[in-house]
Ligand binder design. Structure first.
Ligand SMILES: [Zn+2]
Length: 249
C-alpha cells in the first residue's frame, strides 16, 4: 500500500474525485494527503476530508497569496485545525521564483503560519522554491516537524533539512530526464523520503505531460525501485513508516 503525501484533490482540477480515488486504489495507492493553499481550497478540504476516511488534509496559505490574503483566512485555519483528518499546516513557505518582489510579505506570512503550527503542535508542509537559505534560517527558529514538499535540492541541502528533523517529499520530477535528484537519493537513506504526486502537476514518466493523479505514485515507486535497486515492497513499507513518523497517521 502507498500514500500520496501531497496532492491537490480539488474540484478546480478534477470533476469526479470519486473516480480519481478509484483509479488510485487500483494501483494500491490508498491514502491521500490533500493540501490547501488559499481560503477556497482550505474550505473544500474541510468538506472533502469529512467524506473519506483515507483522505487527510492540510490547511495553509501559499506564498503566492502573501500580498492578498485576508486575516480571516488565518482565523478559519485556526478554527479548523483540529477538524477530522486535518493533520498539518501547509502548504506554506517561500517562493522567490514567482514572487521575488514579495519576499518581505512572504516571510511575514511564513512566520505567522509556523507560529500557529508550533502553538497547535501540528506538522508543517513546506513549499520552498529558489529560497533555500531563507527557508532554512526561518525554520531553525521553530521546533517543528514536517515535510519539505517537492524537494529537488542538493545532497548538502538534503542533509541540512534531515538534521533539522524534516522529511523530503519526492515527486514525479525525479523521473524527468534532466533531473539530478536521483543521484542525491542514491546517497540518502530511504528513511528520509516520502512520495507525493503534487497532482495535478508534475506527472512522472512515462506519462509526463498528461494530468497527474494520485495513482501515479506507483510510477514514482517503480522508478525508485529500479534506480535504487530496492524492492518496491520495501519502498512502500519504509515510506509508509516515514509518513507515520511525520504526520502521526
Ligand atoms: Zn502542492
Amino acid at each position: 500500500m502507498l500514500t500520496d503525501s501531497h496532492c491537490h484533490l480539488s474540484n478546480e482540477y478534477y470533476e469526479d474525485i470519486e473516480l480519481i480515488i478509484n483509479n488510485a486504489l487500483e494501483n494500491k495507492v490508498n491514502r491521500y494527503i490533500t493540501s490547501g493553499y488559499d481560503q477556497k481550497s482550505n474550505e473544500e478540504i474541510v468538506v472533502i476530508t469529512n467524506r473519506y476516511d483515507n483522505l487527510y488534509g492540510t490547511l495553509g496559505i501559499h506564498p503566492h497569496s502573501a500580498l492578498d490574503y485576508n486575516e480571516s483566512w488565518l482565523e478559519y485555519i485556526k478554527k479548523k485545525l483540529d477538524h477530522k483528518n486535518i493533520i498539518a499546516v501547509g502548504e506554506i513557505g517561500l517562493d522567490y521564483y514567482y514572487g521575488k518582489e514579495t519576499k518581505d510579505e512572504q516571510k511575514v506570512l511564513f512566520h505567522k503560519m509556523l507560529k500557529l503550527a508550533e502553538e497547535r503542535k501540528k506538522a508543517v508542509v513546506i513549499h520552498s522554491r529558489d529560497a533555500t537559505e531563507d527557508t532554512i534560517n526561518i525554520l531553525k527558529e521553530y521546533n517543528l516537524k514536517g515535510v519539505i514538499h517537492s524537494f529537488s535540492g542538493s545532497y548538502e541541502t538534503a542533509q541540512i533539512y534531515i538534521k533539522m528533523g524534516y522529511i523530503l517529499g519526492i515527486n514525479g520530477t525525479v523521473t524527468f530526464k534532466n533531473s539530478k535528484l536521483i543521484d542525491v537519493l542514491k546517497r540518502l537513506d530511504l528513511e528520509n523520503i516520502i512520495l507525493e504526486t503534487d497532482c495535478p502537476y508534475l506527472t512522472p514518466e512515462p506519462n509526463r505531460g498528461k494530468k497527474n493523479e494520485p495513482k501515479n505514485i506507483l510510477d514514482i515507486a517503480k522508478y525508485l525501485s529500479k534506480e535504487l535497486k530496492i524492492p518496491i515492497e520495501e519502498i512502500a513499507l519504509q515510506t509508509e513508516k516515514n509518513i507515520q513518523r511525520t504526520f502521526d497517521i
